[in-house]
Design a protein around this ligand. Sequence first.
Ligand code: 13P
Ligand code: SF4
Length: 309
Amino acid sequence: MLLDRLEKLKRERRAVILAHNYMLPEIQDAADYVGDSLELAIKAMETEADVIVLAGVRFMAEVAKLLNPDRIVLHPEPAAGCPLASFATPRLLREAKQEHPGAPLVIYVNSYVEAKAEADYVVTSASAIDAVKRLEAEKVLFAPDKNLAEWVQENVPEKQVIPVPRHGRCPVHEYLVSGYYVRLAKEQHPEARVLVHPEAPREARRLAEYIGSTSQMLRYIGRTDPKGSYIIGTEEGLAYRAKRLYPEATIYPVSVRTVCIDMKKITLEKIVHSLETLKPQVEIPSNIAKRAREAVERGLELVGKKPRK
Ligand code: 13P
Ligand code: SF4
C-alpha cells in the first residue's frame, strides 16, 4: 500500500512532509504538517529532519531550501510552478528599483528565488500588512500581486504602495474568486459568511466578511463559529482542510472551479517516488541563495519570527 510505503520511507529517511493547505485530501492526511506559506516557512526553519518534502508549488520548496541549505529538500514535481510568481522577473524588478530609488522592494513569497534575490523583504499574505506597516519608508514597491498590493494599500493608507508590475495576478483568484462568483455563491447560500484570500480582486474582497491567508481563514472559522456556514473564497483544497478541522461547520467552496492546477500536480505517488529516489532535490546557485535567503530572513524578522542562524 502506498501509505505503508510512505510511512516506512519517512522513518528510513528521517523525513518530514510539509504540505500546503491546497494539497489533495490524501496528501493533507498523510502530511506531518499542513499550513499556509508563512507557517510552512516557519516549520521549515524549525525542523530537525534530515529530509524535507515540500508538498506545494516550487517557490515554497525554494523557501524551504533557502532556510535549510544543508538539508535535502525534495519537491516531488518541479513542474508545479505558479503563474503569479512568473510576473516578477528580475529585470522588471531592477527597472522598478531604478525608477524609485530608495523605496524598499517588498516581494510576495509567491515569487521565484531569482526574483527574491532582488528584493529587500519577502512577505506572505499573512505577514504583508504588518511588515509594510513596520517599514520606515513612506513609499514601498510591492511585487508581483496587484490585488495583494491593493489590499495592503487599503490597510496601510499612511504609505504609498506601488504594485510591480501593475497587472500581476493569480489566475485562480482573479477569475474564479471574482465578484461574479462570490455574488453567485452568496445568492445560493445567503446565511453563509464569506471568507476571501487577499489575492482576490477588490470586488470580491468588498463582499467578504473576512480577508486573510489560508490559515488565517481557518482560524477565523474557529473563533467566530465552528458550527456556522462559510463560503471559502480561495482554492478548493482549503475547503477540505476546513471540513477536517471543523466537522460541524457547513463549508461551501466559492465555486466548483477554483482549482490551482499547479498545486494539483503534486500527488501522493510522486511524494513516495521522491522519497524512494531522493529526487528531485531543490538546488539553488549560491550567489542567488545568499541574497534571497537574506530577504526571506529580513521579512521574517520584520514580523517577529527569528530565523535559525
Ligand atoms: P497562503 O500563504 O495564504 O496559504 O497562500 C498561498 C497561495 O498560493 C495563495 O494562492
Ligand atoms: Fe500561484 Fe494562484 Fe496557484 Fe496560489 S493559487 S499557487 S498564487 S497560481
